[in-house]
Design a protein around this ligand. Structure first.
Ligand code: FAD
Length: 344
């Protein structure tokens, strides 16, 4: 079949490659690079080889993003492709571009991206078409250049176990997505990478089209990158008390607001604020869990935070097992008091 043929062709290509060469998909929103993509770059650097960054989008944003990416640490070249079809990239329109870049004469040994909604859709689609696997949500990696294998760790069972998986040499192109909180964002550097235009692969009559993106607007720090997060749970009772109790504390700390799934499901908070297995994974300097019991699905999204503070009136609440500082108290007493003291 075509896929078996491709796999053999890739194996031949790899045998002549001496060092890794990663293709890193860098995402941006309105010209602003996503922090998860910067972490993906740091992860790719740990492979110890060349890095080509891939930037796609509309003509409005691509040139500015390319300028920024050329100055990022680790990037040796930038490939960029401009098309209205890439303005809001979806798997069906982006996959053919990847396939073109990864054709038989491709130098790439790894394809890397953040564990984002977009990359989680694009990378597995492309890797399946090339008959190779994608390793998702990687938290650490080592590349054995002599053997040509890459070993990854990734959380499984909502973070209750860490799996170590190896992509051996005969997987000629190793696809992986990176958990942003596990790698520092790549900083800017002095030197400048080269850049190359890649002709877009226009998909006639795509099976799926992007209609609109609705982004929850907030003046508060972004939950995904904030160094302090104040999260509320079911105990907050309703949307009004969620706001009136949590927001003043978040304001005085300059913190982002998060929520448990119970709080989101009950309509206290927008679902963009959900922290956990099916929400965002955060690892801020300070995470405050207020009226949150500490179910494993919630812990999966915050237990790597540097300092965890929990306030709960139940001394047996599981959140206290991961908390560095715990206060057994009613949040409706403790949180306003703490807020007033912090203001002073
Ligand atoms: P509860 O478990 O009801 O806890 C409320 C806590 O508040 C209790 O500990 C109680 O003692 C305390 N309390 C009550 N009143 C007060 C008061 N006045 N003062 C102080 N403390 C008070 N959950 C997530 O959060 N994120 C996820 O991403 C997520 N994904 C899931 C995925 C799956 C497949 C499943 C099955 C579940 C998922 N959940 C997730 C749900 C999770 O299992 C819990 O149900 C949820 O986290 C509970 O939210 P909570 O802690 O706010 O509510």
């Amino acid at each position: 079949t075509g896929s078996v043929f491709r796999r053999r062709a890739f194996a031949r290509t790899y045998a002549t490659a001496t060092s890794p060469h990663a293709l890193v998909f860098l995402e941006h929103r309105g010209g602003v690079l996503e922090s998860g993509s910067l972490s993906a770059l740091t992860a790719a650097e740990q492979l110890g080889g060349e890095i080509s960054a891939l930037v796609v989008g509309s003509a409005e944003y691509v040139p500015g993003v390319v300028d920024k990416v050329k100055k990022l640490k680790g990037v040796t070249s930038v490939l960029h492709s401009t098309s209205i079809q890439y303005a809001n990239p979806i798997a069906e329109t982006l996959a053919p571009l990847f396939e073109k870049l990864l054709s038989d004469s491709s130098p790439f040994t790894h394809v890397v991206a953040a564990t984002s909604s977009s990359a989680k859709s694009v990378l597995p689609r492309v890797s399946a078409r090339l008959n190779v696997p994608t390793v998702s949500d990687v938290t650490s990696l080592t590349h054995d250049a002599a053997a040509g294998s890459t070993t990854f760790t990734r959380p499984i069972y909502a973070g209750n176990a860490i799996a170590t998986v190896r992509a051996p040499a005969d997987i000629a192109i190793k696809f992986f997505t990176v958990r942003g909180t596990a790698f520092a964002p790549a900083p800017a550097q002095d030197s400048t990478a080269t850049d190359t235009v890649v002709e877009p692969v226009e998909v006639a009559d795509p099976p799926t089209v992007h209609i609109k993106t609705t982004i929850a607007k907030s003046d508060r720090p972004d939950l995904g990158v904030a160094s302090r997060v104040v999260s509320g749970g079911r105990a907050l009772k309703n949307a009004e008390t969620f706001q009136s109790t949590l927001y003043p504390l978040a304001d005085v700390l300059g913190a982002a607001v998060g929520a448990s799934r119970a709080a989101v499901d009950a309509g206290y908070a927008d679902n963009s604020l959900q922290v956990g297995q099916t929400g965002k994974v955060v690892a801020p300097e300070l995470y405050m869990a207020l009226g949150i019991s500490g179910a494993i699905q919630h812990l999966a999204g915050m237990k790597d935070s540097k300092l965890i503070v929990a306030i709960n009136k139940d001394a047996d609440a599981p959140i206290f097992q991961v908390a560095d500082v715990g206060l057994i108290a009613d949040i409706f007493d403790a949180v306003p008091e703490l807020t007033e003291k912090l203001k002073k």
